[in-house]
Structures are given as C-alpha cells and as structure tokens.
Ligand binder design. Structure first.
Ligand code: HEC
Length: 177
C-alpha cells in the first residue's frame, strides 16, 4: 500500500519534471495522438451540447432577410478561416490546428428538430468561442440578433454555389468592417 503511493508520487513528479523541461510539444504542426483527439472531441461535443440546449431560439428565426444580413457578417469576419463556396483554402486556414470546419461542404439538415439543435449549437459557439482553438468569441462585440443572423446564414450555406454566395452578399447593405 505504502509503496504504491510512493510509486504514484514519483511517477507524478517525473511527469511534472518532463513538462518543466519542455517535454510536451505545443507546436500546431504536431498532431495529438488519436486517443487524445477523440477525448478532446468528446469533451467539446458534450460541453457544447450541455450549454446549447438552454439557448432559446427567437420566434423570428429564420427568414431570407436574416440569411442575407448574416452572409454579410460572415463575409466580413469568418471567411479567412471557414472559407466560402468556390474559394481556395487560405494560408491562415491551412495553418490552423484544430482546423476550422468548412460549412459549405456540410450536408444540409432536413429534419426540423435536428436543424434547431444545430442552430442552438452554432449560436452558442459563435457567441462564446472555443478555448484553445482559433475560434473567437463574437459575443464580446456583437449582439444576439447579429449572431442569430450569422447562424441562419451558415445553416444555409451547405451546397451553395460561388455565384449564389456572391449574389447573397450583395443583397443587403448593412455591415462594414
Ligand atoms: C481565426 C480563425 C477563425 C475565425 C476568424 C472564425 N472561426 Fe469559427 N472556428 C475556428 C476553428 C479553428 C474552429 C474549430 C474548433 C475546434 O475544432 O474545436 C471553429 C469552429 C466554429 C464553429 C463550430 C462548428 C462545428 O464544428 O459545429 C462555428 C459554428 C464557427 N466556428 C463559426 C464561426 C463564425 C460564424 C465566424 C465568424 C463570425 C467564425 N467562426 C470565425 C476558427 C475561426
């Protein structure tokens, strides 16, 4: 009993010493082990799900005007990392780890309930950001209404052509950066 406690303490101290000597590589070019990645995904998914389920979707969600306004915000703030239909991956996007998802390559969700669940999650992530990734919190600088507009748009971007996207971002003249 006593010796197993001693072994645990020694192992822990050796672990701390290794980290103190720079043994862990924080480089973005150095991928996590597969098991570490699975654990991070699991933690992130559960964390988002637990918080997103308390998000109330506004009654006005979602209409074409909202989608067009959201598209403008998206064009101004998100494309460097999340890209747009027809766009080549940017240097910034290529260098990210974890990588930013490409929304226009995702399948459209047909089921209404699943779509609402996805909207709640998107809204929550856009508002709060994601720790230890490049995903910023936009809630610091943008109100909920704007974040719902962007949410409406990224749900709509699946399978959109470059032409449809270009048309959409010229529809409403709202946001300037
Ligand atoms: C500097 C790069 C960067 C910018 C700019 C950025 N994001 Fe992200 N975003 C990321 C990364 C990286 C992830 C993935 C994080 C992860 O895997 O945990 C992410 C994840 C997300 C997710 C979660 C997606 C999922 O997997 O379901 C949403 C939603 C999102 N971003 C929306 C946006 C929107 C909307 C904007 C603009 C208002 C934006 N992001 C701007 C880097 C960025």
């Amino acid at each position: 009993m006593k010796s197993s406690i001693l072994i645990s303490i020694i192992t822990l101290l050796l672990g701390i010493a290794t980290l103190g000597l720079g043994g862990y590589n924080v480089a973005a070019t150095e991928k996590h082990w597969e098991i570490t990645e699975k654990i991070i995904d699991w933690v992130r998914e559960n964390s988002i799900e637990a918080r997103a389920k308390h998000v109330d979707i506004p009654a006005s969600f979602t209409d074409n005007r909202q989608i067009a306004i959201g598209a403008k915000h998206y064009a101004a703030m998100c494309t460097e990392c999340h890209l747009t239909p027809g766009q080549q991956a940017t240097d910034l996007a290529l260098g990210l780890y974890p990588q930013a998802p490409v929304f226009h390559q995702r399948d459209t969700i047909i089921d209404n309930e699943e779509k609402q669940t996805q909207a709640r999650k998107y809204f929550w992530v856009i508002k709060h950001g994601l720790k230890m990734t490049a995903m910023p919190s936009w809630g610091r600088t943008h109100n909920d209404e704007t974040i719902w507009d962007i949410t409406a748009f990224i749900q709509e971007i699946s399978n959109m052509t470059a032409e449809q996207y270009a048309e959409l971002i010229t529809t409403y003249d709202g946001h300037h950066h």
